[in-house]
Design a protein around this ligand. Structure first.
Ligand code: GLU
Length: 282
């Protein structure tokens, strides 16, 4: 099977060195394995992902010397598809409406934190009755849809995901139990018909992505994605998480350096070759 790699930025800001590393790595792996390299625009946040930011993303990646297949999937053009899957999950009783604001969640003083460090949702709306839900909806209260993680994990059952090896990527770890630590994650946001988790899983499957290679900051999220794949009966790609970008001496680049926008570096006189060399893709 021909490998399919992708780079899937959320252009709610300008691309920085960390993005450049991930994009260059995926393109290199595709090249070395005779695979395909896709670019996907994860612009579900249509307020922050402006057309100008999306154009800047294409421009920065092209400046780096990257080439990708056309047409480019833009998630904002696929809301109907996400909506249909969310409705199906609702019919199956796996998601429930949550009317809580961030403030409500903070005031509920949750004891734990999720792997991203945010207050763990205490499950406030899980136990609302059908009448209470109907009354709040009738009153026009906005709501998100949350995955009932307890039910989801019961359906998925105890599973382990085999460790995978790849000659280009080395070993990768997986931690199937990670999903529990997220609690009832949001699958449909209040402000748009999906969340990152739902859209990323659906699109990786639809686009036939075989290797998801992304930053270690998304390592814990992969636990959620694996649960969703099983619930939705989708084929699982292999997941790899790359470390933080490093400088020439192998030291981690300072956070501030990693978050420098590529266009600023370009304005300051950097050439694409310099950036590629700095990231180890000379
Ligand atoms: N769009 C996500 C981000 O920019 C990454 C998605 C992924 O690689 O799974 O953080």
């Amino acid at each position: 099977m021909q490998p399919v790699f992708r780079f899937a930025p959320s252009p709610n800001g300008y691309l920085h060195l960390g993005h450049a590393y991930s994009a260059l790595l995926n393109a290199k792996l595709a090249r070395e394995t005779g695979g395909r390299f896709l670019l996907r625009i994860e612009d579900i946040d249509t307020v922050r992902c402006t057309p100008e930011k999306v154009e800047a993303c294409f421009e920065d990646l092209a400046w780096l010397g990257l080439e990708w297949e056309q047409p480019v999937l833009r998630q904002s053009e696929h809301f109907a598809r996400y909506r249909a899957v969310a409705a199906d999950l609702q019919t199956r009783g796996l998601v429930y409406p949550c009317f809580c604001s961030r403030g409500d969640i903070a005031r509920a003083a949750p004891t734990g934190r999720d792997p991203d460090g945010a207050p763990l949702y205490p499950g406030t709306c899980r136990s609302l009755s059908a009448d209470q839900r109907a009354a709040r909806r009738a009153a026009g209260q906005p709501f998100a849809l949350r995955l009932d993680m307890g039910k989801a994990l019961a359906q998925v059952g105890a599973r382990t995901w085999a460790e995978a090896q790849d000659e280009h990527l080395g070993d990768f770890r997986c931690e199937p139990a990670m999903a529990e630590r997220w609690g009832d994650v949001v699958l449909v946001r209040k402000d748009c018909p999906t969340s990152y988790h739902l859209a990323v899983v659906l699109d990786d499957a639809m686009q036939g992505v075989t290797h998801v290679v992304r930053g270690a900051d998304l390592y814990a999220a992969t636990g959620i994605h694996r649960v969703l794949l099983v619930l939705l009966g989708l084929p699982a790609p292999r997941y790899f998480h790359h470390g933080l970008i490093r400088d020439d001496e192998g030291k981690k680049l300072a956070k501030s350096a990693a978050s420098l926008p590529l266009r600023q570096l370009r304005q300051d006189g950097a050439r694409a070759n310099d950036i590629r060399a700095r990231l180890g893709f000379a």
